[in-house]
Ligand binder design. Structure first.
Ligand code: FE2
Ligand code: FE2
Length: 162
């Protein structure tokens, strides 16, 4: 990596790193026939997509809607479908053919969507020449809070996150 990571001044890089994690986990999921590895990768994909979607839906999309409202609306529609699949998969054991079918559906939708964000939307946002640091700060705070809540939840202290 040439530059130190600076997700506050470059929030799009932070989002792309989330996307890279999803791509990596998807490749791991599809690249193995080992049931246990598949199950772990599947769980991590669902969690990574869940967290990334929360940040985009709550912070990112509302702050950048004015750049291209129809495109952001299209993304939000896709997120609804993805959120449904994520919720279903969160309630499953991820160890049968039905879960595998749903996970593959989720991966296909999400890979297409993140490519569209990166190729069609992020360049528009960069060209708009906005100061993205406030957005970076908000995203960083949101992520930190989400991680904190999830830690509390897994320690049995939290209630629900959605
Ligand atoms: Fe998205
Ligand atoms: Fe995204």
């Amino acid at each position: 990596m040439e530059n130190p990571l600076d997700p506050i001044n470059h929030p799009l890089d932070g989002l792309i790193r989330d996307h890279d994690l999803v791509r990596k986990l998807a490749a791991a999921y599809r690249g193995t026939t080992d049931k246990e590895v598949k199950k772990q990768a599947g769980k991590q994909i669902v969690q990574a997509i869940h967290n990334h979607s929360r940040a985009e839906e709550n912070i990112f999309y509302p702050r950048v809607r004015h750049i291209d409202a129809p495109m952001v609306r299209h993304f939000e529609q896709l997120h609804l479908e993805v959120d449904d699949l994520v919720a279903t998969l969160q309630g499953m054991a991820l160890d049968d053919a039905h879960a595998d079918h749903l996970l593959n559906q989720l991966i296909d939708k999400v890979l297409h969507h993140i490519a569209q964000e990166e190729k069609e939307f992020f360049p528009k946002l960069e060209q708009a020449g906005l100061d993205l640091a406030p957005l970076g700060l908000e995203l960083a705070a949101f992520d930190a809070n989400l991680v904190h809540l999830q830690a509390a939840q897994s320690a049995g202290l939290g209630s629900t996150l959605r």
